[in-house]
Design a binder for this molecule. Sequence first.
Ligand code: SF4
Length: 438
Amino acid sequence: MNKLDTALVRASLEDAGIGLTDHPSQADLVIINTCSVRDHAEQRVLSHLGHLQHIKRSRPRMVVAVIGCMAQRLGDQLLQHPAVDVVCGPAHLPDVVRLCLEALINKTRSSVTDNWQETDRLDELETSRPAAESPGHAYVRVMRGCNRACSYCIVPLVRGPERSRAPAAILDQVRILADRGVRHITLLGQTVNAYRYRLGEKTVYLADLLEMVSSISGIHWVSFLTSYPTERQFEPILQQMAKNPKVCPYLHMPAQSGSDRILAAMNRRYTACQYIDMIEKARAMVPGIAIAGDFIVGFPGETDQDFQQTLALINKVRYKNCFVFKYSPRPGTASSRMEDSVPDQVKSSRNSQLLAAQQQISSQIASSFIGKTVTVLVEGPSKKADRFGKEDGQLQLVGRTNTDWPVVFTGAKGMVGQFVQVMIQDASPFTLFGTCVS
Ligand code: SF4
């Protein structure tokens, strides 16, 4: 979500003729897009602000804007920070550039976080100025907010209840992106499988939307993030994935814990067994499907036995990759009223154990690609060190498969945004390495 919001703000800045620099110390304007999901993310923002406050002493005209969920959560309170000039919640993205220009020209300081459930202008911005993350790939938001009430989660408090966007607006946006050369669309929602939009007598669900988006000329791959583990609409989505070659066989479905006791305390409405049944159904209906997951360790009351059940779940599901987070209480959530009983060093140790278990599984899955040729949509130059060496006029590039594997290979600049075939020769747990064969 934040990557998409950042791309939208970047596009609005470009439209206003504002150029980008990679060096905050040289910038006239610094915009920090923030996340409130974990305390750690907010602490990092405060540390950046401390650094910017220092830079501002020698560059007093510099303007600093804080946008995103932390801006929404703290509002005017954030404006009291000496480094901050503009505070803008996620629903007010269309105002960011105007407020920043006012701050640059008139030295005004402002905060807008009201009417945060009003999204018409945001819809308009997304539809009229769709932003791509890389030349070939774009995120498209299909819904906002969340109706779930997971006890640890701040998202419903800062992004509001579930609101699905009209299919026509989504399809218009995808058509513009396809005309600009985008080939892979990722549909985004906090609980994207809950997408539903009433059109007269008919309700459009995510499976219908996948079909509609995939039929747009120029679009070759469609994926979606993130799915809540529920049987509702699960089969139609899997059927679409099974029969439609453009729908990527990739499912990101967070389990969060393998302990039923902890899942109940988290107010996740499924048991570990039900979750595993869903994964088995997905694998039976879509052979070769790649599964990704999220876990929280150290939730209040998590015992070693609960943790062992989470470890067992990871070993049973054999995810392609997992995101693991240490629990931190978020203000205003139900779990923040529970005692944060697991010591930080225990959280860290459990975090490392899950990551180590997942790394071993990912490494085995990655190695199974060696010797195979995969289709890769090229994103751009690789950030990693040169693994295969450079040939004349050739670059080290990175792209992704339709199951979200990053693939690093040597190729030409003109391949960016295109599909290429890469023969895999080597693998690390989370990246494949190979040679472009066509
Ligand atoms: S489903 Fe996801 S976004 Fe919604 S409350 Fe639960 S964790 Fe938060």
